[in-house]
Design a protein. Sequence first.
Length: 428
Amino acid sequence: MEITSDNPIDHLPADELEARQIELLKKQLTYTLAHSPFYRCKFSEQDIAAISRLSDLSGFIKTSKKDLAEFNAEFLSIPQREVVEYVTTSGTTGKPVTIALSKNDLERLAYNEARSLEIAGFSADDIVQITTTLDKCFMAGMAYYLGLIKLGAAVLRAGQGTPEFHWEMIRKTNPTALIAVPSFLQKTGSHASAVSNRITKALCIGEALRNADFSDNQLSKNIKKHWDIDLRSTYASTEMATAFTECQEKQGGHLLPELIILEILDKNGNEVADGELGEVTVTPLGIEGMPLVRFQTGDLARKHTGVCSCGRTTPRLGPVEGRLAQMIKLKGTTIYPNQIEEILHNHPNASPYLIEIDQDYNGLDKVSLVLPETFPEEESNRLLIDLQAKLRVKPTLKKSSVSAIQQLLFRGNSRKPKKIIDLRNASA
Ligand SMILES: [Zn+2]
């Protein structure tokens, strides 16, 4: 699969795009039926042949994260000797999930990421410093590396490190772009004015940069306070092995039509209207190692199908507005921890922080925030007023030492900071 700077598939009229996707979907489902022990009896050749619209996929079985964790080995669809890479996810139930990739899957991953980087404005002229984890069986860091190489860009495989370490690398090698988690850029950015650099852009993962209407969120504004940098958001997960990445218009991440089918479903499993919030459900295409059909990510976002101002006709995926597993129900309203985080980002002294969700003896959800003991009292009041006004939530504030909070962020040897402590199902 070759990449070109202006891929014709991104500009197809809607009906041609759907026809192309149906063809690839049928191929993927036929392969899955023949090779995946998990899906063997879940649908038939007739079901596949009957697909004439993408919406016909709604008749197929959905796959949950729980399915993938509980029956992990049954998803393996190639002989073990054809596996070239194992990556892991932490899994929602705590059970680690292994995803096995074939040689072609790895090539597909590189192609996917090169396409994504190109949409984000990266090219062979760039020198790119990767500041995210490259090892520990993570898929993402490897995908960026492979994608950048495929694109012909020069890579600085810096990996995880302190802001000081990264600025030292920047001084030495003068990169033009970064791949980073937004909150890391926020922390690192305060050094930006002190060190001369030619970094003009960053591909951002793990946290949203926009509000639902695509305006910059607080985190994005905070980063730009320190440096003039073009931030592009990309969304992906290990299971989907496919990225949705913003073009220069920043109106949602563009779907790569040759690599994935996207559905946004309501709680009854029905597709929501264009622009409505629902669960991101995906069927990745061209996968050999562990194909997934209608995989439910647990992430809530909106799909936008209007033609983008950049000229691409491919659907765009808005920012993740919440995760189903972290839904908090408060006296008739529903909120998600990331809405609380958006407000916390407006209070720079409230870092690091933890959001604790628990249930009271009536079975009602309650929220506590754990903040550094240095967080000033008068700002605590302002924060509570902010939360009450914008979310109608009045959490209990707890103070703790920075080191204790840091320890809890990486509890259970977690590879990523876990800012949400959900105690609701602790006894289950
Ligand atoms: Zn666009």
